[in-house]
Design a protein around this ligand. Structure first.
Ligand SMILES: Nc1ncnc2c1ncn2[C@@H]1O[C@H](COP(=O)(O)OP(=O)(O)OP(=O)(O)O)[C@@H](O)[C@H]1O
Ligand SMILES: [Mg+2]
Length: 233
């Protein structure tokens, strides 16, 4: 079966804790994301955005429901297969950028290529080409501490793209940035992914970047909501 769908989530729930302390973070999420779509997922703090992104990214297991990525049911895969799937299919951009402080920009990006089996020189060459694309060709030897917040986020984008993943997931990539660099970073992410037909999900509160989305999905209290329909009912 071929599928147009990059992501197909059905009835996804997540319950944290147990006994009397259960917390229902996701209460039955159905969402489809088409291949090549640039989707934004918005909602209040604590509504379940990071939880949903983590389940789609195969770093957190759902309590129930299913997630298909490019037609494959990843919720049915053995846990031992997930690291390889993440390495080859998914590029993550974390809110806190998560760069390794003791490694240069080049080394941070090259690490992913190294993990994929490229030799040291080829990995370094790929990293430099990517850093050049994100406008940091002259900063490849800088440590994260020697970069601005926006530049660090660009390194994080380069790192997420280093494995040429078909799916890119970003959790509040502009949270630490001013309006100008937040917009610039998001435009760059969109451009670099569109070139390769990549599918992107960006979690954000940042209404300054909403206009860059192909489509917005809103989540509240662990459920997908349609703001206008909600108001009408
Ligand atoms: N490991 C955990 N154990 C218990 N509860 C958790 C855990 N992780 C998240 N939660 C709860 O699940 C809910 C959803 O959390 P999540 O991190 O997905 O929210 P979010 O929408 O990303 O919020 P924010 O915008 O603040 O990042 C929150 O109420 C949170 O307290
Ligand atoms: Mg979050």
């Amino acid at each position: 079966m071929t599928t147009e769908q990059a992501i197909r989530a059905r009835g996804v729930t997540k319950v944290f804790g147990a006994g009397g302390l259960e917390y229902h973070a996701l209460r039955g999420i159905d969402v489809d994301v088409a291949r090549g779509e640039f989707l934004m997922l918005a909602g209040p703090s604590g509504s379940g955005k990071t939880t949903l992104l983590s389940i789609v990214g195969c770093v957190l297991a759902a309590t129930s429901g299913s997630v298909h990525l490019f037609g494959e049911d990843v919720t049915a895969l053995a846990p031992s297969r997930l690291p390889d799937l993440r390495l080859r299919r998914i590029g993550f951009i974390f809110q806190g950028h998560n760069l390794i402080a003791s490694l240069s920009a080049r080394e941070n990006v090259a690490l992913v290529a190294r993990m994929q089996g490229f030799g040291k020189q080829e990995a370094g060459r790929r990293a430099e080409a990517l850093l050049d694309r994100v406008g940091l060709g002259d900063k490849v030897d800088n440590l994260p501490a020697q970069l601005s917040g926006g530049q660090r986020q660009r390194v994080a984008i380069a790192r997420a793209l280093a494995g040429e993943p078909p799916l890119v997931l970003a959790d509040e990539p502009t949270a630490a940035l001013d309006a100008q660099s937040g917009l610039g970073v998001t435009e760059l992410l969109r451009e670099l992914c569109r070139e390769h037909g990549r599918t992107v999900v960006v979690v954000t509160h940042d209404s300054r970047i909403f206009h860059l989305a192909d489509r917005m999905v809103h989540i509240e209290d662990g459920r997908i909501v349609e703001p206008l329909l909600e108001q009408a009912s």
